[in-house]
Write a protein that binds this ligand. Structure first.
Ligand SMILES: Cc1ncc(COP(=O)(O)O)c(C=O)c1O
Length: 410
């Protein structure tokens, strides 16, 4: 249809589809949704305004929409063992903002995992609402182990007496000790919030520990490891349900995107199936395989490895190649990954020391440990020969061959 009616746009979509199909996606926050998720996302549900919550909307004609939203909520509750779920948040910053607005007063103290160590901007950075409206106190990794320093976190928490502690990251490859987070929050009388955007799929599949029972509030994206449409949800204890729901609507946003909510319901349905656990186990196995292979090839992996779907590779300390140079070489060969600061990085954010790699998308294509070994080798060759065009072209051919064997939408 678009092909006939809007060939200009159709051509752009076709070119993007080709790009996706002929590159290996190693950006840890990306994934490929199923055709069912795509279908719900592009359905006629986009036509309906439904401001408010299920069974108490402002507009007429929402009874089927109510069923859809309730289905998404019920499946999410089942997946995460959550007392209360709001599936309406459109994106990460507004979802996190709804929590801050709902449970805090402007100016309250929040303890957050520092951005340059692997935390996220929407948890307390001065460029974001969280850093503008609240007093933020960062916590850091242990410099030796490059893992979360819970004793230091406890010391900072007791000293600063925050109103809320937020646990969550976009570039940390180890498990968090949720029980200890809870104990520290209780000890200093803070609310405990987790942003599990990256690891939601691993948690839903039960392959890593579920923080929902330990936390007062948990936010998550639905489009990363959870493999749903672009969007978010908030889970919380019943005690906070009213405050969170009110903060999402009407404080933060108005008409919910019901096509996206339907697509979330589809993705949650998929995540409830046994195959989803197999998929997540493979994601972790694949990440571990790349980390091990890269270490054998002389690369430093932050914290010495990975316990989830991602890792940070210090290309600068390993081979004197900056994150920006590495990102460019990888782009040329068709491995899509992003430059990233490593903990205690001495280089600037726009040209840091490392590269972040994740395996959710490549695993969705059906790639396994054999392909990961090949990818690790291509990665290594590309970084070590980042300024050798002919060599990079040889690696590009290897990527194209791999992609041809694993089409995204068969
Ligand atoms: C931990 C974390 N929180 C929040 C966000 C923001 O999410 P979005 O891009 O959906 O706004 C991200 C994504 O970058 C993230 O990784």
């Amino acid at each position: 249809m678009i092909q006939n009616n809007d060939p200009i746009l159709a051509d752009m979509i076709a070119r993007e589809a080709k790009r996706q199909d002929t590159e290996i996606e190693l950006i840890a926050s990306e994934n490929y949704v199923s055709k069912d998720v795509l279908e719900a996302n592009g359905s006629i549900l986009t036509n309906k305004y439904a401001e408010g919550y299920a069974w108490k909307r402002y507009y007429w004609g929402c009874h089927i929409i109510d069923e859809i939203e309730t289905l998404a909520i019920d499946r999410a509750k089942q997946l995460f063992d959550a007392e209360h779920v709001n599936v309406q948040p459109l994106s990460g910053s507004p979802a996190n903002m709804a929590v801050y607005l709902g449970v805090l007063e402007p100016g309250d103290k929040v303890l957050w995992f520092s951005l340059d160590q692997g935390g996220h901007l929407t948890h307390g950075h001065p460029m974001n609402f969280s850093g503008i409206l609240y007093e933020n106190i960062p916590y850091f990794l242990n410099k030796e182990t490059e893992e979360m320093d819970m004793d230091e976190l406890e010391r900072i928490a007791m000293e600063s007496q925050p109103k809320m502690i937020i646990a969550g990251f976009s570039a940390y490859s180890r498990d968090l000790d949720w029980k200890r987070f809870r104990e520290i929050a209780d000890k200093c009388g803070a609310i405990l919030m987790a942003d599990i955007a990256h690891i939601a799929g691993l948690i839903a599949a039960g392959v890593i520990e579920n923080p929902v029972p330990y936390c007062d509030v948990v936010t998550t994206t639905t489009h990363k490891t959870l493999r749903g449409p672009r969007g978010w949800m908030i889970m919380c204890k019943k005690k906070y349900a009213k405050a969170i729901d009110r903060a999402v609507f009407p404080w933060m946003q108005w008409g919910p995107h019901e096509n996206l909510i339907a697509a979330k319901a589809v993705a949650f349905g998929e995540a409830l199936k046994p195959e989803f656990k197999e998929y997540q186990l493979q994601v972790m196995k694949n990440a571990d395989t790349i980390a091990t292979c890269l270490q054998e090839k002389g690369f430093k992996i932050v914290s010495g490895g990975t316990s989830n779907h991602l890792m940070l590779v210090d290309t600068f300390v390993s081979y004197g190649v900056t994150g920006k140079q590495a990102e460019h070489a990888l782009e040329v060969v068709g491995l899509s990954a992003n430059k990233n600061m490593v903990p205690y990085d001495t280089r600037p954010p726009m040209n840091p020391s490392g590269i972040r790699i994740g395996t959710p998308a490549a695993t969705t294509r059906g790639m396994g440990t054999q392909e990961m070994k090949e990818i690790a080798d291509i990665f290594s060759q590309a970084i070590q020969n980042h300024d050798n065009e002919a060599h990079l072209e040889t690696q590009r051919q290897r990527v194209l061959e791999l992609c041809a064997k694993f089409p995204i939408y068969k």
